[in-house]
Write a protein that binds this ligand. Structure first.
Ligand code: NAD
Length: 337
């Protein structure tokens, strides 16, 4: 059945990488229809709000979105439009796969998936200053919230993801040695759930040791699951293992809605120059295809990407080449044909 996707081109390089991604999707035979919507600066200029109701309605209707990077306008009443979207649709699982695409980097054959809890932890926004002796900002306090409900659904997501994707191991990274209550609860949930998945190897590791082990020997890992802030930090570290943010896709998954996006931002320094690398958004589209039961199409696009990048003749500047965004996506379209 044809799926309709809410497409939000976004700001900065967003429209360029979205055009490139859609041209590859159209050539790939993906059974998708595209409902174009606006958000971010473009929406602010056109309809006076960075997150229009029409865009939210479209995502709600389709349950599926592919979005470019969004700049949160100053004074718009939003801390972050991306966070507002996550909250609106309760997108609790942030799925960030990293895979070697450009050969000859620091590591070869990296293929890891980080699953980050997207709604709790230190990022719930419960924070305040404490005034003391005339200084209104003598101290500050941020509260980390971990619920059994939140921990259970993200750890279960990680195990189910591992099983559905033929993965062998889940590593739960935590700091339960120091944060005995919040991180302790997260770890306990993992320990209790692991026996339900005898087909998946399971381990827990302290977060700082995990960071070092990822740099020393990343291939010992497979699927990693952790709370919000640890996941935020380590997912960027993992993107660095495969050459940076330009190659990093992400899925934000909820019970009935999923939003896929590149990890990078709107890159204002190179916007409208036609030189952005569309790989992050294209790989996000591959995750979307897997999510809607079209993994074969996703695999074809990945194969075309591997082929073009490995051949080395058509690469964008961040990959050491000279190709424009359009030349790169044209090469991908040819490789698909
Ligand atoms: P950025 O990711 O936009 O850029 C960092 C560097 O990476 C820049 O030098 C940029 O040129 C380069 N880069 C990023 N994507 C690239 C690509 N596809 N091809 C080639 N080079 C690329 O990060 P930033 O500069 O910190 O943020 C810029 C804006 O993006 C900010 O307004 C920020 O809030 C927003 N942002 C949005 C999202 C999102 O919507 N998910 C994520 C991060 C940042």
């Amino acid at each position: 059945m044809t799926k309709t996707v809410t497409v939000i081109p976004g700001d900065g390089i967003g429209p360029e990488v979205t055009d490139a991604t859609l041209s590859v999707l159209r050539a790939s035979g993906a059974d998708l229809e595209y409902d174009m919507q606006v958000a971010g600066m473009e929406a602010l200029e056109r309809v006076n709000t960075p997150l229009p109701d029409a865009t939210l309605d479209s995502i709600r209707r389709n349950g599926l979105s592919l979005k470019g990077p969004l700049t949160t306008p100053m004074g718009s009443g939003f801390r972050s439009i991306n966070v507002a979207l996550r909250k609106e649709f309760d997108l609790y699982a942030n799925v960030r796969p990293v895979r070697t695409i450009v050969p000859g980097g620091r590591y070869e054959d990296i293929d890891l998936v980080l699953i980050r809890e997207n709604t709790e932890g230190l990022y719930v926004g419960v924070e305040h200053y404490i005034g003391l002796e005339g200084d209104p900002r003598a101290a500050a306090e941020s509260v980390m919230i971990v619920t059994r409900f939140g921990a259970e659904r993200i750890v279960r997501y990680a195990f189910e993801y591992a099983r559905a994707n033929g993965r062998k191991k889940v590593t739960l990274a935590h700091k339960a040695n120091i944060l005995k209550y919040t991180q302790g609860l997260f770890l306990d949930v993992g320990r209790e759930m692991a026996p339900e998945y005898p087909d998946i190897a399971w381990e827990d590791r302290i977060i700082d040791a995990t960071a070092m082990a990822l740099v020393l020997e990343p291939r010992q890992f497979d699927v990693l699951v952790m709370e919000n802030m640890f996941g935020d930090i380590l997912s960027d570290l993992m993107a660095g293992l495969v050459g940076g943010l330009g190659f990093a896709p992400a899925g934000n998954i909820g019970e009935d809605t999923a939003v896929f996006e590149a990890v990078h931002g709107s890159a204002p320094d190179i916007a409208e120059q036609g030189i952005a690398n569309p790989t992050g958004l294209l790989l996000s589209a591959c995750l979307l295809l897997e999510h809607v039961g079209q993994p074969d199409v996703g695999a074809r696009i990945r194969a075309a990407l591997d082929h073009v990048v490995r051949a080395g003749e058509v690469r964008t500047r961040d990959m050491g080449g000279q190709a424009s965004t359009v030349e790169f996506s044209d090469a991908l379209v040819r490789a698909l044909g």
